[in-house]
Design a protein around this ligand. Structure first.
Ligand code: SF4
Length: 329
């Protein structure tokens, strides 16, 4: 069976952007491929952070992932820092990664320009971040990585690193991982301006109550052409319509399209229908989250079991890597 690896930042509870953009896809994939899913806390320390908050957010992420349908008995779910081999392989990969490739990474350029604009110096970890990402994937010799469009460049670098290592030490040892493009399109924030992101404050949390969700949906940006209820709109430019595509049945999506173009519905009518469909999907997830919160040991045990299984795979890879590199007696 093909193996898939994917990681998610420990940003606390999921919001609907990372649920629709990644996790919902993981829930389906775990039944189709051997799946290794990792909460990548080592990637979260390249910038200043509070240790207690990181721990709390890591646990909240694990809880929400399981509530959202990630089944630790079906896939391997673990926290990155629980498997030390990730950083060992990263060091090895640093020795076969061209510096120029790292400096060209868009995310490095963006983040370093932000970090460099203040007093804070740029940590080397920001530059080497994609090398750790390559180690995350290749440690499990994963064939596929579900990614959004903005991650394709990092995956290409993982392929370069696999090729370089293979060329020097053992032809064909690491597979060149292929991108599995996430079927759901990029989810924009409720401000309609940028990708949904906690730092921009434009999210809907997966565990927010129906009233909280409505309080956010009601003022959300729609097609600016719909100034009056009688103005026809274009659903293709409306973020609420994208959310209908994600949460509403196909016949509702067709109906929304027609009602928007003919000004049959006002935007509040449209948002009420969306709200109903969102709540229908999120309520069972929220119920599972409440059960898990009542039994926190279940989440801890799931992560410990996942780390154990991940370590078994990682140890085999590292034993063979050290052997091929002459690092064993
Ligand atoms: S009717 Fe719906 S799809 Fe059309 S602009 Fe309003 S919220 Fe968007």
């Amino acid at each position: 069976m093909a193996r898939v690896f994917s990681g998610i930042q420990p940003s606390g509870e999921l919001h609907i952007g990372n649920y629709l953009g990644a996790v919902k896809n993981w829930v389906a994939i775990q039944h189709q491929m051997q799946s290794v899913f990792c909460i990548v806390n080592l990637h979260a320390i390249t910038q200043a952070y509070e240790p207690a908050q990181l721990r709390e957010r890591t646990q909240a992420m694990a809880l929400t992932l399981i509530a959202a349908g990630i089944d630790p008995a079906t896939c391997i779910l673990f926290v990155q820092s629980d498997v030390a081999e990730h950083t060992e392989l990263q060091w090895i990969f640093n020795t076969v990664t061209p510096l120029g490739e790292l400096e060209r990474q868009t995310q490095f350029k963006e983040k370093s320009s932000r970090a460099g604009s203040g007093e804070v110096s740029i940590p080397a970890g920001l530059l080497n971040y994609p090398v750790l990402q390559a180690a995350d994937i290749l440690l499990y010799r994963a064939d596929n990585v579900p990614v959004g469009e903005d991650q394709v460049q990092h995956l290409e670098l993982s392929r370069v690193i696999a090729r370089n290592w293979n060329a020097r030490f053992k032809a064909g040892y690491f597979p060149e991982p292929q991108a599995l493009l996430t079927p759901t399109r990029r989810i924009m924030g409720l401000d309609g301006q940028a990708k949904m992101s906690k730092s921009l404050g434009n999210t809907v949390g997966l565990l927010e109550s129906p009233d909280e969700i409505w309080a956010k949906l009601r003022p959300a940006v729609t097609d600016p052409a719909r100034v009056k209820k009688t103005d026809p709109g274009n659903p293709e430019v409306c973020n609420i319509f994208s959310l209908h595509r994600a949460f509403s049945p196909a016949e509702t999506v067709t109906h929304v399209d027609a009602q928007c173009r003919s000004a049959g519905w006002g935007c509040v009518d449209c948002k009420k229908v969306l709200h109903g469909n969102m709540v229908a999907e999120l309520v069972p997830i929220q119920a599972r989250a409440a059960e898990l919160r009542a039994e926190p040991k279940r989440v801890a045990a799931a992560l410990a079991g996942g780390a154990e299984r991940a370590r078994e795979l990682a140890k085999v890879t590292m034993r063979e890597v050290r052997d091929h590199m002459g690092l064993t007696a």
